[in-house]
Ligand binder design. Sequence first.
Ligand SMILES: [Zn+2]
Length: 296
Amino acid sequence: MLLNNAYRYVTSGKNYIVWVDTAHAKNFNSLSRLKGERFKSNSSVILVLTAEPVTDFSFTIHNTITEKKLKNVVGILPGKSKKEEYVIFSGHYDHLGIGKPNADGDSIYNGANDDAAGTTAVIMLSKYFSKLKNNERTIVFAAFTAEESGGFGSQYFSKQFDPVKVMAMFNIEMIGTESKWGRNSAYITGYEKTDMGKMLEKNLQGTGFTFHPDPYPEQQLFYRSDNATLARLGVPAHTISTSKMDSEPFYHTLDDEVETLDIKNMAEIIKAIALSSKSIISGEDTPSRVDASQLR
Ligand SMILES: [Zn+2]
């Protein structure tokens, strides 16, 4: 509720100072999540946690801008006959960095599931397709930086391509745990925005793998990863994930460690992604474009 209300202010196009009663103290920090989302926002919103009714206030805000050089890691496998048509596989290799040590003295946000798992998929897919060597369309394998801090890696990346030439984007996030349907299944965010999901499902028929529409629409996952940046340019760009967003105890915690991943299932999901992309890589299928004017 608090998050939804704050979201309304952040996307209002106006500037607000909002007093948040301390009854919401427990969830207040989760509002910082709004910074990292990929929606259009031209609002400045200051949220203040306070128990007192406020009648008089003044703010002093200091901003220090320091430059940080970050890099995406990208590999390209030129297509045989449709070189100018790109299909992207991507994941983000950054996570949350170093935090306060927990009781065991651990302070490293490993991000094994979020999103070393997706980055692993990108590397495995690049190995697979470079061995196969029969891609008619050009395949771009991208490991993005700075997803968690606002999607800066994918924003830079999206400017290196003419979006019209990007036929599809498979962004891969958090595939290290079993999905809500069990093993060998995953979901596609923003399913209804293009017909790409249907193509992937068709390619998976008879393989034992199933892809489904995102079962957590209220979480707005479509807007919460790097696919959204390209979708805004009209690219059929979706995220594939297995993450149970209502019950992933290690999500954005220090305990997102490699031991918590189901590597075997993850390998199967990577296979499923490869198989699901077949007709798009070959140029047989071309997903419909995202209508960017319909995005929030
Ligand atoms: Zn992520």
